[in-house]
Ligand binder design. Structure first.
Ligand code: HEC
Ligand code: HEC
Ligand code: HEC
Ligand code: HEC
Ligand code: HEC
Length: 169
């Protein structure tokens, strides 16, 4: 009954494949409820500790990208603030390994779109107008749809440029 061996072999291969797939999935599974490598919480820094957005996102008024703080910046406080917390100990391990934290992105425009933070900040557009009240969030969640219609609607309302090459270089 040779076919039985063949079917058995195929079933085994499929099981092995599924198992490996499961292992791969487990490897890429979010490491905590927020899906971030460390449970960073905007509300405890902005609402509770009163920190300014640009204290951490320090390039927002000078460059296209707002920038996310380095581990060194975090450790400037957390050497002293809550060093016993398990999440801060994780942070300290990144620091010891000199390893940047691979934060998952909530925003990601396609490459064919040109966006520039500094132009908006200099014109007085507030972070909240595009990002919502991140300072009150425990997990930073994207609020804006980031569609072309979203950009253009605000540009029209504010007499900002509407030419295609403004956003498509
Ligand atoms: C103590 C430093 C710190 C402060 C203060 C801070 N942030 Fe953040 N922010 C971070 C870190 C770290 C991340 C990446 C982890 C995450 O997404 O939570 C981040 C992520 C974000 C993101 C998501 C970026 C993306 O695409 O993934 C936005 C938007 C943002 N911050 C806006 C703000 C605004 C607006 C304020 C002020 C109300 C603010 N942040 C204050 C550290 C800070
Ligand atoms: C200017 C000082 C300062 C900086 C810079 C700072 N934090 Fe904090 N962090 C605080 C304070 C204050 C708290 C609130 C402590 C409390 O709840 O009593 C806090 C709380 C936390 C907590 C929660 C700890 C716990 O177990 O309750 C985490 C995690 C954290 N910060 C991560 C980060 C990360 C990651 C960065 C860098 C992106 C960062 N912090 C930058 C001051 C800072
Ligand atoms: C006019 C709308 C607008 C305003 C105002 C704005 N942002 Fe953004 N922000 C965006 C868009 C769009 C992206 C996605 C950019 C990309 O994917 O290339 C983004 C991305 C980000 C990111 C993640 C990528 C990066 O640039 O580092 C952070 C952090 C951020 N913004 C913080 C801020 C902070 C803090 C402020 C206020 C100081 C602010 N933004 C003001 C629209 C805005
Ligand atoms: C909340 C309103 C608002 C939103 C949303 C917005 N913008 Fe703007 N944008 C403005 C204003 C106002 C200006 C004019 C700034 C100035 O005059 O310097 C501007 C200017 C710009 C400029 C610079 C124009 C130049 O000639 O240098 C670019 C590029 C740009 N926006 C891209 C975008 C993109 C891409 C998006 C969507 C992902 C977007 N903006 C969403 C308000 C907005
Ligand atoms: C203020 C910024 C802005 C201006 C001005 C603008 N676009 Fe866009 N455009 C975007 C953004 C942001 C996207 C990406 C939207 C998305 O992925 O949903 C986009 C996407 C597109 C796409 C791809 C659509 C798709 O379905 O993938 C085309 C084509 C396009 N734009 C053409 C144009 C033309 C033609 C003009 C001039 C009439 C123009 N855009 C003006 C911001 C802009």
């Amino acid at each position: 009954m040779e076919w039985r061996w063949r079917v058995g072999g195929i079933v085994l291969l499929m099981a092995a494949g599924l198992f490996m797939y499961g292992e791969l999935r487990a490897g890429s599974r979010p490491q905590n409820a927020s899906g971030q490598p460390i449970k960073f919480n905007h509300a405890s820094h902005v609402l509770k500790a009163g920190m300014d957005c640009q204290y951490c996102h320090m390039y927002a008024d000078r460059s296209p990208v707002a920038g996310v703080p380095t581990v060194q910046k975090c450790m400037g406080c957390h050497k002293y603030v809550k060093p016993e917390s398990p999440e801060i100990q994780k942070l300290a391990q990144y620091w010891e390994r000199r390893e940047p934290i691979a934060w998952k992105k909530a925003h990601d425009l396609p490459d064919f779109v040109y966006f520039n933070h500094s132009r908006h900040i200099k014109r007085g557009v507030k972070c909240e107008q595009c990002h919502g009240n991140v300072g009150e969030m425990t997990v930073a969640v994207r609020q804006a749809p980031l569609t072309m219609g979203w950009c253009v609607t605000c540009h029209r309302r504010n007499r900002a440029p509407l030419d295609c090459w403004t956003c498509h270089k």
